[in-house]
Design a protein around this ligand. Structure first.
Ligand code: NAG
Ligand code: NAG
Ligand code: NAG
Length: 260
């Protein structure tokens, strides 16, 4: 009986949080993220730097949906084809399909197949080399904002963490002053699997931070995220279906500014 009550309570909180998110998608919640000081719209060229095909759909889709639905110009740089199991070419195609679902134009999506950046645990990615590749992209597409993993990289995967190091290296080295960078904050394991319920803690942590240093972005299209992840057919096994449904990263992203 008690277990039943606990189950019902959890289900009610879960659904209420999901309603809050869907409600926000009907009445877009006014985030000041990417508005200039006067609050007016300015179109930005944003580069998302990830490690493997499917990172964009599994972790960053609230951010991607937020930016594309506001007319910003989204680019994705994926540092590997995810070739750990020898199916890099398949996974690359899946990245393009998922990007199309997320409304990122195909010509703005790149999956590198570079000998120095191969998918896998224990493969160290050289941050100077990564920095140079990021720099080339930034110059080629007049990028003024970068979004990437934080120092823990959501799952602690070394490739995610090396991507953060490479972007930080780029920021220290670049002479461009007007470029800003944001990292996706990794949360603890309880928050990670609390699904939409995590929006409350995310709101609270972003709101109690220094003004403008953190932003909490709700996913206005959670079903689109699920659809994007399902384009990664080679990865679309039962535990990832569960992950996408129960992970807080499907519903909310908290971004923190990387200060140089
Ligand atoms: C990373 O690459 C640079 C050349 O771009 C090299 O000088 C440096 O030693 C490399 N670092 C490591 C840890 O291999
Ligand atoms: C640092 O910037 C210079 C000038 O843009 C560039 O030539 C060099 O490759 C950069 N080094 C790294 C590690 O990004
Ligand atoms: C954030 O803080 C401000 C005051 O600092 C408050 O007015 C606002 O309601 C808070 N928002 C949330 C979502 O907690």
């Amino acid at each position: 009986m008690e277990w039943f009550l606990i189950f019902v309570s959890v289900a009610v909180v879960w659904l209420a949080s999901l309603c809050k998110i869907l409600h926000a998608s009907f009445y877009p919640y006014q985030s000041s993220f990417l508005n200039n000081n006067a609050g007016s719209f300015q179109k930005r060229n944003v580069l998302l730097v990830i490690a493997h095909p499917d990172d964009e759909s599994m972790f960053f889709s609230p951010t991607i949906n937020h930016l594309t639905s506001r007319g910003h110009n989204m680019h994705i740089l994926c540092m590997s084809t995810g070739n750990a199991d020898g199916i890099g070419n398949v996974r690359k195609e899946e990245l393009y399909k998922a990007s199309a679902t997320l409304k990122v134009p195909l010509q703005q999506v790149t999956a590198l197949d570079h000998p120095d950046f191969q998918d896998g645990f224990g493969k160290v990615w050289n941050s100077s080399e990564l920095s140079k590749i990021v720099e080339k992209k930034i110059l080629a597409h007049a990028i003024d904002m970068i979004i990437t993993f934080d120092n823990y990289g959501v799952s602690g995967h070394c490739n995610h963490r090396d991507v953060n190091q490479g972007v930080r290296r780029f920021l220290l080295n670049t002479s461009k002053q007007d470029i800003e960078a944001w990292e996706l904050m990794s949360t603890n394991i309880i928050r990670k699997y609390s699904g939409p319920v995590d929006i409350w803690l995310s709101f609270w942590s972003a709101n109690s931070s220094l003004k403008g240093q953190m932003h909490c972005l709700l996913n206005e299209h959670p079903f689109r995220s699920y659809a994007a992840m399902s384009q990664h057919l080679s990865q679309w096994v039962w535990f990832r279906k569960l992950f996408v449904s129960f992970s807080s990263y499907t519903y909310v992203n908290t971004l923190r500014k990387i200060n140089k």
